[in-house]
Each structure stands twice: as C-alpha cells, then as structure tokens.
Write a protein that binds this ligand. Sequence first.
Ligand SMILES: *[C@@H]1O[C@H](CO)[C@@H](O)[C@H](O)[C@H]1NC(C)=O
Ligand SMILES: *[C@@H]1O[C@H](CO)[C@@H](O)[C@H](O)[C@H]1NC(C)=O
Ligand SMILES: *[C@@H]1O[C@H](CO)[C@@H](O)[C@H](O)[C@H]1NC(C)=O
Length: 193
Amino acid sequence: MKNLKGWSPVRASVVFVALYLIHQIQQTKGIRLLVSDPIINATVTQNVLLSVEYRSNGTPWIQWRYMSSWKSQCIIEWKVNSYVNISASYTGRVDRFENGSIQLQNVEVRDTGFYMITVSDDFGSTKQSTIILNVHEIRYEEFYFVAVFIAFLAAGSAVLVCLMWVCNKCINIAQKKKQHRRAEEIELRIISA
Ligand SMILES: *[C@@H]1O[C@H](CO)[C@@H](O)[C@H](O)[C@H]1NC(C)=O
Ligand SMILES: *[C@@H]1O[C@H](CO)[C@@H](O)[C@H](O)[C@H]1NC(C)=O
Ligand SMILES: *[C@@H]1O[C@H](CO)[C@@H](O)[C@H](O)[C@H]1NC(C)=O
C-alpha cells in the first residue's frame, strides 16, 4: 500500500488498464478445462462422477468419448442451449451436469478405460482432457462367500461330531445291555443249577 500511495495517478491507471487487458485476453483466449480427479477407482454397481469444470465465453460443444484398447465410442455430446445426443448404449445410464461433468450409473468392469472430454467453442478453440476409470469387482463379496463356505464346513463337522457321539453312546448302551443280559443269564444258570 505504501508503494501504491507513492505512484502517480497516471502510472497507476496504466498498470490497471494493462492488468485489465491481460485479464480480458485470458478470458477470450479460449476454454479452460479443469479435471479434479484424473484417475478414479470404483467398484461395480457404483455411480461414478467424471468430474470436470469448464469455462468458456462462447456456447461450447461438449463431447465425452470412451476409449479402451479395443474400441472408441461416443458416449454423449451436447451443445449448450441447443441439443443433447446420447449414444444408444448409454441411454438411461448417463447424467450430465452444467459444468460438463457426467455421471455413469451402475458401472461394470467393462467400463474400465479412458474417458476423453472435448470442449469446443464457436471461436474455434478446443480443449481436451482424459480421465482414467478403473472398475473393480466387489472384494467383500468374495470374503462373504468364503465366510459362508467356512460356516457350512464348521456346521457340517459339528453335525458329524454329534452323530459320532450319539453312535458311541448307542454302542455303549448296547454293550452294557449285552453285558447285563449275560450277567442275568449266568445268574439264572447258577440259580437253576
Ligand atoms: C487406484 O488403485 C490403484 C491400484 O489398483 C492404486 O495404486 C491407486 O493409488 C488407486 N488410486 C486412488 C485414487 O485410489
Ligand atoms: C460439477 O458439478 C457436479 C454436480 O453439480 C459436482 O458434483 C462436481 O463436483 C462439479 N465438478 C467440479 C470440478 O466442480
Ligand atoms: C446424434 O448421434 C447420431 C449417431 O451417433 C448421429 O447420427 C446424429 O447425427 C447425431 N445428431 C446430432 C444432432 O449430432
């Protein structure tokens, strides 16, 4: 502030105009495209937001493409205040937002790949950016199956142990009865003799 006070009004206004012009040039220079998360990890059935934010002075045209090693496909393209074109295979599972982001619903492992956004305006400028999406299988479900399997094994062996115990008891009782009967027979024999 001390420095500014020392400046002549002319010099200050020249600086101000220069700053204003630079700002204007940057504004009209074209499109700004910001990607918040260039790599996204997701699990199947999640809804995934491919989050971007663009700044443009014209009425931009926005396109999202899906690209993997075996295909490249347009997902959605739209021109602000004009039209929206969603590719048939994405109809009903893609939402778009004003800042250019899209949300994919209920992702599957085959949605893994590159998502390229292109923003173009009437002045002929174009900006592109890419988001990588990794979709994993749900891990805890595997653990769940293993847990259920182990529980079944445990229950099965518990039942076996019980059965063996019961069998053992039965055999013991039968043997005791046999011994008892033999003792009675011997007694009878002794009495009859
Ligand atoms: C995504 O997963 C990979 C491994 O599969 C890991 O290296 C990376 O740090 C993860 N990124 C985020 C943002 O979670
Ligand atoms: C874009 O808009 C969506 C929905 O309003 C929001 O969730 C997301 O965070 C925005 N992205 C950025 C980079 O601001
Ligand atoms: C919408 O997409 C279809 C197929 O990709 C294409 O034939 C059609 O021309 C597009 N319409 C507009 C307005 O871009």
